[in-house]
Design a binder for this molecule. Sequence first.
Ligand SMILES: Nc1ncnc2c1ncn2[C@@H]1O[C@H](COP(=O)(O)OP(=O)(O)OP(=O)(O)O)[C@@H](O)[C@H]1O
Length: 598
Amino acid sequence: MSRTTGRSTTGTVAVLSRLRPYAAKALPRIYVAMGVSLLASLVALAIPQVLQWMVDGPLSDGDAGEIWLAAGIVLGLGVLEAVLIGLRRALVLTPGTHVEARMRNALYAKLQDLPVAFHDRWPSGQLLSRAVSDLNLIRRWLSFGLVLLIVNVLTIIGGAIILISLNVVLGLIFVAAAVPVIAYSFSFERKYADVARRSQDQAGDLATSVEESVHGIRVLKAFGRSRYALKRFERQAEKLRGTEIEKAKAVAGIWLYLTLIPDLAFGTCLVVGVWLASTGQSSVGVLVAFFATGTVLLFPIWSMGYFLAMTLDAKTATQRFFDVMDEPNPITDPAHPLTVADGRGELVFDEVHFRYQDAPERFPDLLDGVTLTVRPGEAMALVGLTGSGKSTLTALTTRLYEVTGGSVRIDGIDVRELSREELRSRVAMAFEEATLFSQTVRQNVLLGRPDASEAELREALEIAQAGFVDDLPEGLDTKVGEEGMSLSGGQRQRLALARAIAARPSILVLDDPLSALDVDTEALVEEALRRVLATTTALIVAHRPSTVALADRVAVLQDGRVTAVGTHSELLATNEHYRFVISSFDADERSTAKETAS
Ligand SMILES: Nc1ncnc2c1ncn2[C@@H]1O[C@H](COP(=O)(O)OP(=O)(O)OP(=O)(O)O)[C@@H](O)[C@H]1O
């Protein structure tokens, strides 16, 4: 999915000025760099004045002493200009990097804060490209493009005034040439802004493809789909290449205008100037100064296209950054959070309604009035057909998603009345898909409670039957996750379970976290889990009879509601839907057993 939002009508200055809070600390240094750069331009513009004085004065008088003096001044001014340019470069070297780092941290914090629903909608490559290449563009613009764009414009204006003061006719020919250039620049801005946005969005899509195919490399290889993935990637890369060429063509167009028109203007000035000098209406010195000034102005004029493009790239990058930063977060802490006093661990779903944002309107709510009480210390299994909304219901307990009606209460307090930190310290979750981070085993397990003691950490590992960690090369300090040791699915699940247990929550939510374990290990984990569940309230999504056996009672989720609650044997005896779900478990188990045997 592309996050292209189409052409923005917001002005470039208005968009870029949104960078001010992040750039505030860097701006003084950037302003000084601008001042220094402007000084360098003034020095460059002063050289032709000295030449004029030299040609009209000492050179025509044949005063050798003054000729040497003038040459010395020109040389001195040249050296001064070089020193000032060097100083400008030194000044702009670091401030942009600070701004980039500040913006990147802010973006990361925002991404952490935004709800899961946001991450469901946004492809990770789009976020990655914002965090890397867009911020890179902004840094380069701040430390280079912004300074030189402004200084070049001022240099061109100052140079034009000098040209007019040297000779009105020649000066006006030069200024008249600016009219078509400015007109073209406006149409360039419109065209380039569009194509820049498209290119940056397409780069994000490409990053998403790379990310997906790297993540899914096993599936692609196993299904022999590598060539297909490559073809898809090539198509996207080709599309981006096309857009980049469009961009390059737009820049080439303005570049042509910016070189051709000033060159034509100076050519005209040369013809008129020679005529003026030959008819005595202008001195040779003035003519020399005029063309020397013109030469000084050529680079600022030619490079305007480049800096304009850079500015528009930075504008697009800024818009893309704020696409994320402006995203409202409906799941926030209340102004005056309550605290759970006794922490008994009662979990109540009261007439809970929920529907995903992108669910078609004709569909009823996925959760259509779920009412369920899990008593303190009770282990409740949640059973239902696949797709009935079990995982979704568990996600509401920690506000990964927000209820769209009704409420979820912990010890009598609506979860929306608690700070998210307090809520997530009360409720710990373990998911079927066990995510480990590129950190040590210890850091991964203590994610929810970094200050847990060694004994607590060991106990959690023991309950989750994760003793294998001691056989890892560096034990608990072995790095796992994406950049570390590869672990099996079952090992990952056991670490994720240990993580939930180590958090010592009053409510434990387990979304089928034992699915990847072999039968023997599962039995051992379940036996150990029973000890924990005796003191902790638990909501357990069950896909297997053995998981159901862990629970005191079972709730049946059907058509968006909890239609029955009871013990396993009660429900078996009285509830037809339960019997049907359980028989589908058995069928699954049988087919899994067959697959394992074959
Ligand atoms: N992020 C999402 N955005 C939109 N729809 C979703 C999202 N996650 C799940 N759904 C849909 O909501 C329904 C319920 O999904 P959920 O994962 O809660 O079911 P489940 O009962 O846990 O299923 P299973 O037993 O297969 O794990 C499904 O139809 C699914 O397609």
